[in-house]
Design a protein around this ligand. Structure first.
Ligand code: HEC
Length: 206
């Protein structure tokens, strides 16, 4: 066997192992893989629900920032984020949607074990300098599937999720009052801020 063949074997082997590891990690609880048809169905449904929630939350945030600045916008967020999130799921049969993260501002958004596993796998990918997948599907059991999509921190988010030096003193005070256990500060542009999670009953996807 010549040198070239050995190199390609080695490269091939490590590629296969890392793919399998990533898949196993993220697809916790999965008993069977997805068929191509299922992938399309669940991904389409997940993307559509996330697009809806991201759109409504984003436009509320933009309007609130424009009319009253970040301090007023935090109060608006506190009022509307949860009801908007819940109603986005409730509009769809057999679907719930949410946002979660390893570091949360609102404890109602705290991750469960599966969320945590996805978030940690994605943090590990970022740590290695690898690109994140656009989304990921996880089968919880025969009847339930989850769709996850990464949320990457952008410049505008630093107003409320940046370092202590980046937060206006009045904003910090408001956050401390509204969210006493706030962990969602100190992020930088490009960080994995969290994920959108769409949980779907399998029967709802037909
Ligand atoms: C005006 C301040 C403000 C800005 C700007 C802002 N956020 Fe937030 N963010 C909040 C508040 C307040 C919450 C808690 C909402 C709640 O009570 O559910 C929150 C919650 C979140 C959550 C849910 C998880 C958690 O920590 O509870 C994510 C994810 C998130 N923000 C991402 C972003 C991203 C990405 C951006 C930029 C595109 C952004 N935020 C910009 C104030 C802000």
């Amino acid at each position: 066997m010549n040198f070239q063949n050995i190199v390609s074997l080695l490269v091939g082997a490590s590629f296969v192992t890392s793919c399998q590891d990533a898949e196993k990690k993220v697809e916790t609880g999965s008993t069977e893989a997805f068929t191509e048809g299922e992938r399309q169905q669940f991904s389409g449904k997940g993307k559509e629900a996330v697009g809806d929630l991201a759109g409504t939350l984003g436009s509320q945030l933009k309007a609130a920032m424009a009319s009253g600045g970040p301090v007023a916008a935090v109060k608006v967020c506190k009022e509307v984020a949860q009801p908007l999130t819940n109603s986005t799921g409730a509009k769809r049969d057999g679907v719930t949607i949410g946002r979660t993260a390893l570091k949360v501002r609102n404890p109602q958004n705290a991750p469960d074990d599966i969320d945590r596993e996805v978030l940690e796998a994605w943090e590990a990918l970022k740590g290695k300098g690898d690109a994140l997948p656009g989304h990921e599907l996880v089968r919880l059991d025969d009847d339930t599937v989850r769709f996850y999509k990464p949320i990457i921190l952008q410049e505008v988010c630093l107003n409320c999720h940046g370092s202590d030096e980046q937060l206006l003193p009045e904003l910090k005070k408001t956050l401390d009052e509204l969210y006493p256990g706030d962990q969602a500060r100190g992020f930088q542009v490009g960080d994995l801020r969290g994920v959108f999670r769409v949980e779907m009953e399998v029967s709802s996807a037909e």
